[in-house]
Write a protein that binds this ligand. Sequence first.
Ligand code: NAD
Length: 418
Amino acid sequence: MSEQANPFESLQEQIDDAAAYVDVSEDVLNRLKHPERGLETNLSVEMDDDSVEVFKAFRSQFNGDRGPYKGGIRYHPGVSRDEVKALSGWMVYKTAIVDIPYGGGKGGIVIDPDDYSDGELERITRSFAEELRPFVGVDKDIPAPDVNTGQREMNWIKDTYETLENTTEPGIITGKAPDSGGSAGRVEATGRSTMLTAREAFDYLDKEIEGASVAVQGYGNAGWIAAKLLHELDANVVAVSDSSGAVYKDGGFNPVDVKNHKNETGSVVGYPSADEEFSNEDLLTLDVDLLVPAALENAIDGDLAQNVQADVIVEAANGPLTPDADDVLAESDTYVFPDILANAGGVTVSYFEWVQNRQRFYWTEERVNEELERIITDAFDKLVETYEDTDAPNMRTAAYVVAIQRVADAYAESGNWP
Ligand code: NAD
């Protein structure tokens, strides 16, 4: 992965690229390029051996013009203030393009969770929840899972908040386990919107998804579910990878079997019936019909983009292409369908979870998936309509045009506050 691109600068460049096509003044645009506020804190947590370790943690609240701040919490050694700012900004434009009533936020702890016991992780998570308590709330800021966090961490945060507030308020956080107020379909939602975006993109481009060759970079929640659902559409998942490397199989993998192998061994590498093993970079430059980057930011920079051969890229990860890569691919035959639409299933079903929590009335998985499909296909239609009606150079810019206009309109409609 490229070390150079600063994700916050990438976000600002993406907004600038769209600015020419949006009816919004320079000063409002400037406002939309910076977070409203950020929390930076140091968590002092007792370890199993009685020592105390300090962890840096962040929460960025980027924009709340369309509703409460919304976005995940990431546990990763690479978390930084600028990464959290960028991720919180992408959430603003993601919630806007799928038109759900939220702003954008994001948080993270600088940590490699593999180095800590379950008890230590629980104490670290509860310590962060305590720090977050004044800033979050069911109508203020609603966290969710991201890389290396899931139902377990969300349940701990909910329990810490409810205990300290002496209340029950499951809608304070989403991505919870179903017995703790989670929604049916939430775990699959990000991969599902990636599949739906790919399906709509192939239809729009007059290509067959059935039999299409697919490479998926990153085999975590977003990547493996996308692979599974694309396989169910009879696409041919020929290559998958994780942080240890990539595997290739000409006839295509059964994604469930690969996931079972990863669960047993810790990696997709070593999957017995693979034809070949190679590097992640090789996976990203495979000659496939569809490439799904589903790991982290900056997977494809300008240099690597020169060698990308995929016909279509659907971004399951946040920010996997640098602006330089976008420039290179805009001049090529590769269509890129952007993260803010393709992975918006996660936040959309989080929205459904929050609605259900507030109503204390729970939907079936069938209803969740139907509502999600309607939202993603409507957003896809709006995206391609905007792409065709403007001279936007690529789908990402068209997506930002739709999203920025919605946020700017909400800001304008709320009038001036001194
Ligand atoms: P995850 O932790 O479940 O999985 C991440 C995967 O990426 C793991 O398999 C890991 O081994 C792999 N990986 C890490 N570095 C890699 C590298 N250099 N090359 C190849 N693989 C690598 O995380 P996730 O929840 O699936 O998130 C993945 C991406 O999707 C992130 O960008 C995240 O922000 C985005 N996303 C996730 C959700 C969600 O609901 N989970 C929602 C929206 C966006």
